[in-house]
Design a protein around this ligand. Structure first.
Ligand code: ARG
Length: 482
């Protein structure tokens, strides 16, 4: 039986009295109550809800809405509650409806009538929006520090491999020579954008919804600005209905998480290819590998595979949130309660994967000989030969054709590299070829000569590394295009 007042129903009774029990003669049965409860997920907001409640109560006191000493008592008790929860002396009641109900019930139990004053001028709708935003204001910098840590590992590795030649791929076919440093910097460029995407999202979510009530504000003389200021918010939410209905901030963050996970997933794909016997560019450390229960010889890149796999969750969470929001009329709807589980999962997954990926790369060994050897045999120097002819004045299309014919000549003659041809043989395809062509078509020269901003030349990659390092320390100036 579950009842607040009046009629019985047949199921088992709920264990806590909901905040809204006054209106309804009957309350849901235990399993139905549990269905609509959110404590298992929003208990994570406990400290943020305490922080927001504290600021709200003190503001109520300053505004004369509740007695000043009552406000002081509430604030003090909230501090005690926070300390007790941290020390494991007070357990969050898993039968409570949500974290807001739980905290109000503890306050009321301890302070009696004074505890009941805390909810003046607020609703759980603006309360949850405030606590969620406060939580995210703490969580985003944590994601960013995970990103910065990974960037540091990658940039240090890149620095060590500024001259380590490897093939670059398009269509997964060997294309042109690059360096391992250049390849790792490509990953870092993507991660740096991810980093700044979180900064952007953080800036937009930094608005205080408190004082918006259920949807329509309050007739009580709340001081919204003071509460927001105490809580360290940048701005007030501009409209009370939007303040309780908006979850773009969750959607945007979940997008930022999904994009970062997609990046990690792509890097993992590189790592898995490189770790295969066919490539053998990378040797993952044994502590970042797993074995097989049946095949004794196996050493599997499970960590990379799992990061790729978990990217599905991050993408799924994004779809969950976007689908959740698309049909919701303004303002608050209970559907919004589903927002936190998805975003928390994306944030947890991302933070974990950032750590795992950094650890895996930090301890990996690169097989520089194999990488260099893979630059031979695929005619990666063909574009360099064509650009050589352009420098000698030939229109690019003609240069492309001459270099393509050189490649065909080599295949026919069984040469693995254009330098297998003699100068005379080359001259048959273009009279512009001179002895100096042989200096241009080595992997090292090929990389060194592509020194434009963004290119693989060692000195340019060094600049990219410095730029990216400064950028994560917020000192970056970017490529000056003026
Ligand atoms: N647990 C709710 C949520 O996460 C809190 C707000 C409840 N508001 C309400 N009107 N039932 O959205």
């Amino acid at each position: 039986m579950a009842k607040s007042t009046g009629k019985k129903n047949s199921g088992s009774a709920i264990k806590t009295k909901p905040l809204w029990a006054g209106r309804l003669a009957q309350t849901p049965e235990a399993d139905a109550f549990a269905f609509q409860a959110s404590i298992s997920v929003d208990k994570r907001l406990v400290f943020d809800d305490i922080t927001a409640s504290r600021a709200h109560a003190l503001m109520l006191g300053r505004q004369g809405i509740i007695p000043k000493n009552a406000a002081g008592q509430i604030a003090k008790e909230l501090d005690v509650i926070a300390a007790e929860i941290k020390a494991g002396k007070l357990a969050i009641d898993s039968n409570a409806e949500d974290i807001h109900s739980f905290l109000e019930s503890v306050l009321t139990r301890r302070l009696g009538g004074t505890g009941k004053m805390v909810h003046a001028g607020r609703s759980r709708n603006d309360q949850v929006a405030a606590a969620f935003r406060l939580y995210l204001k703490r969580a985003v910098p944590q994601i960013q520090s995970g990103l910065a840590a990974l960037l540091n590992v990658l940039l240090d590795t890149a620095q060590a491999h500024i001259t380590s030649i490897m093939p670059g791929y398009t269509h997964l076919q060997r294309a042109q020579c690059v360096t391992l440093g250049h390849h790792l910097c490509a990953w870092c460029a993507a991660l740096e954008r991810d980093y700044s995407r979180f900064t952007d999202a953080l800036r937009r979510l930094d608005e205080c919804p408190l004082g918006s009530g259920a949807l329509a504000g309050s007739s009580l003389p709340l001081d919204r600005k003071a509460a927001a200021l105490t809580l360290g918010f940048n701005r007030l939410c501009i409209n009370s209905m939007d303040a309780v209905a908006d979850r773009d901030f969750a959607l945007e963050l979940s997008g930022a998480c999904a994009i970062t996970m997609v990046h990690l997933s792509r890097f993992c794909e590189d790592v898995m290819l490189w770790a295969s016997e066919e490539f053998k560019f990378i040797e993952l450390s044994e502590s970042w590998s797993t074995g097989s229960s049946i095949m004794p010889q196996k050493k599997n890149p499970d960590f990379a595979e799992l990061i790729r796999g978990k990217t599905g969750r991050a993408a799924g969470n994004l779809v969950t949130l976007i689908t959740l929001l698309k049909g919701l009329p303004y303002a608050y709807n209970k559907d919004l309660q589903e927002d936190k589980e998805a975003l928390f999962d994306s944030i947890d997954t991302l933070c974990l994967c950032l750590r795992m990926f950094a650890g895996m790369i930090k301890e990996a060994n690169f097989n520089l000989k194999r990488m260099k050897a893979a630059c031979a045999g695929g005619f990666l120097e063909a574009t360099d030969a064509a650009e050589y002819l352009v420098r000698k004045g030939l229109p690019f299309r003609d240069a492309h054709e001459a270099a393509a014919l050189l490649v065909r000549d080599c295949i026919e003659a069984g040469h693995k590299h254009i330098s297998g041809l003699s100068l005379d043989e080359m001259k048959k395809r273009s009279r512009l070829f001179e002895e100096d062509i042989f200096k241009v078509i080595t992997p090292a020269a090929s990389v060194r000569m592509r020194s434009l901003p963004g290119g693989p030349a060692p000195k340019e990659v060094r600049r990219q590394i410095n730029y990216l390092k400064k950028k994560i320390m917020n000192k970056g100036s970017g490529i000056d295009v003026r």
